[in-house]
Design a binder for this molecule. Sequence first.
Ligand code: NAD
Length: 340
Amino acid sequence: MTTGRPVRVALLGCGAIAQAHLRAIAANPGLIEVAGLYDADRGRADARAAEYGIGHVYESWQAVLDGDADVVAVLLPHDLHARFAVEALAAGHHVVVEKPLATTLAECDAILEAAAKAGKRAHPVHNRIYDPGTDAAREFIQSGAIGEPFLAQTVGLEPPQTVSVRPWLGTKAGGGGVLMAQAVHPAYLLRWILGDITEATSISGARKVLDMTSEDTAIAIYRFKAGPIAEMTGTFGLNVGPWDHRVTFYGPDGYVEIGSRHGVRGLSEKRFGDREIHPLLPDLEWGTGFARMWADYAHGFRDGTPTRVSGADGRAAVEMILAAYESAQTRRTVDVPLRS
Ligand SMILES: NC(=O)c1ccc[n+]([C@@H]2O[C@H](COP(=O)([O-])OP(=O)(O)OC[C@H]3O[C@@H](n4cnc5c(N)ncnc54)[C@H](O)[C@@H]3O)[C@@H](O)[C@H]2O)c1
């Protein structure tokens, strides 16, 4: 690809999350542009094209494969990620695949192998790694403000509407429940800060709020190679908002919390000279991470530069979730890496 030309992206799937990607691409003029949209529901693709001023809607998936887009963004129900990503890679396109990268390790490996064979890149959408709040928390930790983190906790409180607006998520097409669909975000965030895990333990809630195939509420506990432990709680059962997402890292000298309602806050006597909780970054703009992610990936596609997040990171996040499922099913602590 010639340096300087915008990276051209075909969007596959024009549902809810396509809007975040369209806005993120529009926030990077000259670097990325939309080649066209495709959705099995043609009306939905046409509506999105009109809404975002996109000039091209593909007639078929084959037309996307045969087209001149550099990248295909796979924004589909989870059980379709691997099939479409592999086809796009085999046809010579890079891929950016919404989270989770795929629903099994075999599917993740098929994507990574197709990318290696085609000499193309496959990235998962781990957008929260690109949030300014994540950078603020990571820098706080790396500065030594809280000492070496030894414990982390994450909470994801969402309503049943998360599932009801995308009914496939309540079926086998979700590849799991709240852990696969929601907690994969805090899972990759924990790994970004604390490194790889060595074991997982998990239970799922038996008092279900939603009528869905998999769990609507779960707790997973992880041990990290470097020593820390973490607890991750997620639910789709909270009817009454406001809802919340929080990730907190604790060290001997304080803590730092990334929260969707309060921004990033930290306590560190070393840093602040007191024992109060201080705001580090008050305003968290949810969409910013998508724009920064696309910029990083586009430079990688165009200039061959390394990126913050790779396909292997997508696989590792899926493995964290699958290890939790194996634990819940077997009622045992499960060693990681999993035997795939
Ligand atoms: N990163 C985030 O914060 C975030 C937030 C929400 C959703 N997501 C992820 O985005 C992905 C899509 O979720 P969504 O909320 O947009 O779902 P959605 O149900 O709103 O949209 C899915 C779209 O895919 C289309 N589709 C289904 N099968 C197709 C096929 N065979 N060919 C072409 N189009 C097909 C549907 O018509 C629909 O428009 C999922 O992986 C989900 O987990 C990520």
